[in-house]
Design a protein around this ligand. Structure first.
Ligand code: SAJ
Length: 402
């Protein structure tokens, strides 16, 4: 039996996928409410295809519990935040999960860490924990996830994967576990390489987005169209520039590259500067708002509305969202809170939040498109009498851009 520890954005789909492909699975999470919700047959976040997957997994006998199980394979997928000051990984959740696993694991069991960790975390923190706990019989594996929110179920089935292990046998055992559902290629390597390649993948994307954001600022300075320039450049067979935006959110691209900056501060210069560029984007958007208001003779911040609260389009995930970052930096200026609306966020999370697109648009004169949800793409004409600052290039011409 496989015991999946942590039933969040990664652990839950992984546990369901294993169970619906014939693996005996118990999912463990310390959050009783979450376990109750799953046991009642409901998913805990919106994701395309997740409901069906939960139904299949329940039919196949998956168990959800707050207890760690006595078994021989554990998959740990708990959060790995970073310390905002030192920029280093905070591995406390991984380490506490490993402590609990050590109390229950059968002799010679395998502990797979799926959570993203900075290169060297297993050697520096997890192995010493096993030693201190007298559980050097346990085998460690790092199998970093790669799925993208919004397309998780498809990507779990089709993406290639990396498995890092200390020896071939353990690597092969875990490779065949993932091969129960994964149709992509599964590369087996050592743990250090698996840790590093995961962080490098997200860093590559962060640096590329920072480059696009910098281009947007250069183009703005001299009245050039950054989207057209990127489109043309990307027609070159070896160029693939990502899109500028109001900032980078989510729990990966805005977090993982900082691990490298934290561990190699004098070496990771490009990465450090890229992360600062992306982090400065919400404040840059706010400055654009002030400039546009001045240009348009607008005085009332209360007539400015932010469309979108999530970190990207068509997901209900607000972690590290640029809109929340913008609101935070605006609060520092003690301005009147801006109006906010997101079709995918039903609960009230910020002041002045609307739950209906028409009511929101009636209440504002300047709309800042922070997220390119399908809803706004399909309702572009509703903004035709508004001043629009479009940070996601959903409106085409006739509006302000970054
Ligand atoms: N963004 C831009 N411009 C772009 C693309 C994205 O500004 O051209 C912004 C998004 O709006 C969002 C942020 O970047 O705020 C991150 O979004 P994303 O869609 O690029 O990535 P995530 O964080 O949802 O998922 C990433 C993925 N990693 C890579 O593509 C290398 C995913 O495969 C990983 O599983 C995930 O991180 C993770 O957990 O590490």
């Amino acid at each position: 039996m496989v015991n999946v520890i942590g039933l969040g954005y990664i652990g839950l789909p992984t546990a369901l996928m294993l169970a619906s492909h014939g693996v005996e699975v118990a999912g463990t999470d310390y959050n009783e409410e979450l376990v109750k919700t799953l046991n009642s047959g409901h998913v805990t976040f919106k994701e395309h295809g997740l409901d069906e997957l939960l139904r299949d997994a329940i039919k196949a006998g998956i168990q959800f519990t707050t207890e760690y199980q006595e078994t021989d394979i554990y998959v740990v997928s708990v959060p790995t935040p970073y310390d905002k000051f030192s920029k280093k990984i905070d591995a406390k959740y991984v380490l506490s999960a490993v402590q609990d696993v050590m109390k229950k694991a059968l002799f010679g069991a395998t502990v797979v860490i799926e959570s993203t960790i900075s290169p060297g975390t297993i050697d520096r923190m997890v192995r010493p924990a096993l030693k201190a706990g007298g559980r050097m019989d346990l085998h460690l594996v790092h199998a970093p996830e790669r799925i993208i929110p919004g397309n998780m179920v498809y990507e779990l089935l089709h993406n290639n994967r990396t498995i890092g292990a200390d020896d071939r046998d353990t690597g092969e055992k875990i490779r065949s576990l993932y091969a129960s559902f994964c149709q992509g290629e599964i590369v087996v390597t050592d743990i250090r390489t698996a840790e590093m390649s995961k962080v490098v993948e997200n860093t590559y994307r962060a640096v590329n987005i920072a480059f696009a954001n910098e281009l947007a600022k250069i183009c703005r300075h001299d009245g050039m169209d950054v989207y057209e320039i990127i489109r043309i450049c990307n027609m070159h067979p070896r160029v693939n520039i990502l899109q500028p935006g109001p900032g980078v959110g989510g729990h990966c691209i805005s977090v993982d590259p900082w691990f490298l900056v934290g561990d190699y501060p004098s070496l990771a210069k490009v990465i450090d500067e890229s992360m600062r560029t992306n982090d400065a984007m919400p404040a840059f958007v706010l400055h654009r708002v002030y400039d546009i208001m001045r240009e348009q003779g607008m005085k009332d911040l209360g007539r400015v509305g932010l469309y979108g609260l999530t970190y990207k389009e068509n997901v209900d995930d607000m972690r590290e969202s640029p809109t929340l970052q913008l609101l935070e930096s605006q609060e520092k200026h003690l301005g009147e809170p801006l109006k906010v609306y997101d079709p995918l966020i039903a609960e009230d999370v910020v002041e002045n939040q609307y739950h209906d697109l028409d009511e929101f648009l009636d209440a504002v004169d300047l709309v800042v498109v922070m997220v390119g949800h399908d809803e706004i793409r399909e309702n572009r004409e509703k903004m035709k009498n508004k001043v629009v600052l479009d940070t996601r290039n959903v409106c085409g011409g006739g509006c302000y851009h970054l």
